[in-house]
Ligand binder design. Structure first.
Ligand code: OFO
Length: 177
């Protein structure tokens, strides 16, 4: 595997794991203020990030590359309100999107068409990631910390269901094997 690509993908695996770390810290804050529906939503977000890291991990190893883990940065662990949590989550997702764009740029520069193709999944996923967080953040801003609105959101966010993006691949592989 091209060394520059391997390095960039390793950094991205670390960043996806950091995303999980950050969202788990947010889950803990939301649980601490008893907004358990919000906490549930963020716990699923954490699982999604772990799945994003695993999908890249599998890709690097399947291409004969090596995964090297680095120290994860300590995430923030206190917020003023759920609105501030989602503001931070949105800013975080925008950074993730820019990192994915950089990997696609690198793959094109290195003429690594396979990595380019693999990263298209992440580009599409980022549209959904940003849109989910932006939608909740904007509604929270309208609600302006109204207790009734927060409790209503809490019930709604409790409905989120985790869909493992690696499950389809695993099922496909099982069939072939
Ligand atoms: Fe992995 O997409 Fe969010 O961070």
């Amino acid at each position: 595997m091209n060394q520059n690509i391997e390095k960039a993908l390793n950094a991205q695996i670390g960043f996806e794991l950091y995303s999980a770390y950050l969202y788990m810290a947010m889950t803990s804050y939301l649980k601490s203020i008893n907004l358990n529906g919000f906490a549930h939503w963020m716990e699923i977000q954490t699982k999604e990030e772990l799945a994003h890291a695993l999908k890249l991990f599998n890709y690097v190893t399947e291409r004969g590359g090596s995964v090297v883990f680095e120290t994860l940065k300590k995430p923030r662990n206190k917020w003023e309100s759920p609105t501030e949590v989602f503001k931070d989550a949105l800013e975080h997702e925008q950074i993730v999107t820019s990192k994915i764009h950089e990997i696609v740029d690198l793959a094109l520069k290195e003429k690594d068409h396979t990595t380019n193709a693999h990263m298209q999944w992440y580009l599409n996923e980022q549209v959904e990631e940003e849109s989910n967080v932006l939608g909740i953040y904007q509604q929270l801003k309208f609600a302006d910390n109204s207790p009734q609105a927060l409790l209503m959101f809490d019930r709604e966010l409790a409905q989120r269901v985790f869909v493992d993006p690696n499950a389809a691949t695993a099922a496909g592989q099982n069939k072939i094997n």
